[in-house]
Write a protein that binds this ligand. Structure first.
Ligand code: SF4
Length: 193
């Protein structure tokens, strides 16, 4: 029968182990804070300080580059904001930047068609721009009656904007400016910025 250990015994044992490790570290001249930092990086290259693109927390990142390519992205231990940590989204930045599964075409389904087809991004952008402008012009509301008064509202209720989790800060900023300038009021984004 396997030996059993109580919860109290486990905690005592753990505390004793930590004490031994701490004493050994002190003998080696290492502080506890230093010991918390990770060891040598596995991937070696030029380390470039950067900032996570995703949200307003602004966690520091280290982008490791070799032969002109990104080979790793990790939290920056020198950043006072995140001290080397990254949330799951920030920790996956490398997979966003370097990923053979990224789509390089847009999927298009023509009106009344029963299937999708791949089209170039330029063609997709032209279609979106044309339809956005047409819908906006056809549905622009300049004035509305609110209560007893007629007010200038300059709004479009026929278009909504839905952002995604991997849209970065700069893109979100410009996108907000464009949508609000066009008169949209239904604007949502996962990043909440
Ligand atoms: S998305 Fe996560 S890692 Fe990136 S800045 Fe925000 S909290 Fe930090």
């Amino acid at each position: 029968m396997a030996p059993t250990i109580s919860r109290r015994q486990f905690l005592r044992l753990s505390a004793g182990t930590i004490g031994v490790v701490a004493a050994e570290m002190a003998g080696l001249g290492l502080s506890t804070a230093y010991a918390r930092t990770p060891g040598q990086r596995i991937k070696q290259g030029k380390e470039v300080p950067s900032v996570c693109p995703y949200c307003a927390v602004g966690c520091g990142q280290i982008v490791t580059v070799a032969d002109g390519k990104i080979i790793d992205i990790q939290g920056n231990y020198d950043s006072p904001i995140n001290v080397g940590t990254l949330c799951p989204k920030g920790a996956a930045t490398y997979q966003l930047a370097v990923n053979p599964h990224r789509w390089t075409k847009a999927k298009y389904r023509a009106p009344f068609s029963d299937h999708w087809e791949d089209i170039d991004l330029e063609e997709a952008m032209d279609k979106i721009a044309e339809r956005f402008k047409k819908t906006r012009d056809e549905n622009f509301i300049e004035k509305a009656t609110i209560g007893d008064a007629e007010k200038t509202v300059n709004q479009v209720l026929a278009i909504a904007s839905l952002g995604g989790a991997t849209i970065d800060d700069e893109w979100n900023y410009i996108h907000q400016k464009l949508m609000r300038a066009a008169g949209l009021v239904s604007i949502e984004n996962q990043a909440r910025i």
